[in-house]
Design a protein around this ligand. Structure first.
Ligand code: GLU
Length: 431
């Protein structure tokens, strides 16, 4: 039987580092046909919050992982106290001022960590350790040992910040008469400046990345590469594939440095590779979460918008930033378009508007043909008219192919926006 676990404390949102630990633990179980347990370490009832718990579970699921068991340590306080009493009876623990202390004799402890290799602990600073606090709640080291042992966890995968806890825990396993599992301590993730990945660096939680428009598949792929590699310089790997090849002993011992550039690159790759339908779904989810989805949206329209920006999207947030004009009418003209709008082309645009309004086929080829014909008629170069029309339709100086954008927007909107530009020039002229 092969069993691993992830044991988050719901005292904060799921952090990039925690997610990667969860992922490695999950992959290790799945790669070996084993069981994966989600254990909520909510013994600190003051700091644990339901909001965090819900978000942690949601993020794990969003990233594509599942679990076979889920339990909360807060439901098991009686059991931890029972084991503490057993230790008192056996003379291995004592009670002082309402708290229970585990007493130990320390001699050298050695572990064979699956990632770090051999680790030898030569001393522990104290001779006793609180296991049950005076409020009756267990301490992390104690509840962790009992749950890992009773749950039959064969390998404890966790962050390397827990290495110093390991010898204490081993003494507890031994005192309680339990077998000691194998350990795999996952290195920390560093910020590009070298320090711990902290708030100072920027976004650290999975929900923030989700909010910024990263795809779960891209983020998971990125986390997989942070310390592990499928080999052959492969960089694009799905969770399903990583499950087949993952080998925890090949996780890099040295700390991985977080690179937003790499994550951006991966995200753009996934956006490119997704089929239209799937991309449509994730975009809809994203826009909905942002309260940005217009009331009357239709998936076909979203798919067309995405096609318009093909190859230009890094994060889904780019859709809101760049394709704003595809969803909303309330944009102004960007500051840097002033130069383009300096010259008044009202007359020529009026001709264009009339011509376009008579088009029955509003496909981009037909639009382009008419647009060119109008330019010829009014004596302008195509690009002279393209620029102000683009500003009218998008509010911006640069954007996707103009005729394609016109097709996506549809005749009515195009005419409306050209009319708006003519009024803009009129008002400017009066000032
Ligand atoms: N609740 C601990 C943490 O969030 C878990 C440590 C462990 O996996 O043993 O760091």
């Amino acid at each position: 039987m092969f069993k691993t676990r992830f044991a988050p404390s719901p005292t904060g949102f799921l952090h990039i580092g925690g997610a990667r630990t969860c992922l490695f633990s999950w992959l290790y179980a799945r790669a070996n046909g084993g069981t994966f347990v989600l254990r909520i370490e909510d013994t600190d009832t003051g700091r644990s919050k339901k909001e965090y718990l819900d978000e942690i579970i949601e993020s794990i699921r969003w990233l594509g992982m599942d679990w076979d068991e889920l339990y909360h340590q807060s439901d098991r306080f009686d059991m931890y106290r029972q084991y503490a009493r057993q230790l008192i009876e056996e003379g291995k623990a004592c009670e002082k001022e309402g708290a229970i202390f585990f007493k130990y004799e320390f001699s050298q402890i050695e572990i064979d960590d699956l990632i770090r290799g051999n680790i030898i602990f030569n001393e522990l600073p104290k001779k006793e350790e609180v296991i049950i606090k005076s409020d009756g709640s267990p301490t992390y080291n104690f509840s962790c040992v009992i749950d890992d042992a009773l749950g039959g966890i064969t390998c404890v995968v966790r962050g390397e910040d827990h290495i110093p806890n390991t010898p204490k825990q081993i003494l507890m396993y031994q005192a309680l008469g339990f077998g000691v599992p194998v350990f795999a301590h996952v290195p920390l993730i560093l910020s590009p400046e070298g320090g711990r990945l902290s708030k100072r660096f920027g976004a650290t939680s999975i929900r923030e990345y989700r909010n910024m428009g990263y795809l779960a598949d891209a983020l998971v792929n990125y986390l997989i590469l942070l310390g592990w590699s499928p080999g052959e310089n492969r960089e694009i790997i799905s969770l399903a594939e990583a499950q087949k090849y993952f080998d925890i002993s090949r996780v890099n011992k040295s700390r991985a440095v977080f690179s937003l550039d790499k994550l951006n690159w991966l995200n753009a790759e996934y956006v490119k590779q997704y089929d239209k339908d799937r991309l449509g779904d994730v975009v809809i989810d994203f826009l909905r979460a942002k309260d940005f989805l217009p009331e009357s949206y239709d998936k076909g329209y979203i798919i067309k918008v995405m096609a318009l920006f093909e190859g230009r999207i890094t994060t889904l947030q780019d859709i809101i930033d760049r394709a704003y004009f595809c969803f909303c009418d309330d944009y102004g003209y960007d500051e840097d378009t002033r130069e383009i709008l300096k010259k008044d082309y009202s007359g020529q645009i009026l001709v264009l508007k009339d011509t376009l309004s008579q088009l029955t086929d509003f496909g981009c080829a037909a639009i382009e043909k008419e647009f060119r014909a109008v330019c010829e008629r009014v004596g302008l170069k195509v690009r002279e008219l393209v620029h102000p029309v683009r500003v009218a339709l998008t509010g911006k100086k640069v954007g996707p192919g103009l005729f394609e954008a016109m097709e996506v927007l549809g005749k009515e909107k195009v005419i409306e926006r050209l009319t708006k530009l003519i009024s803009f020039w009129k008002e400017e002229g009066q000032e």
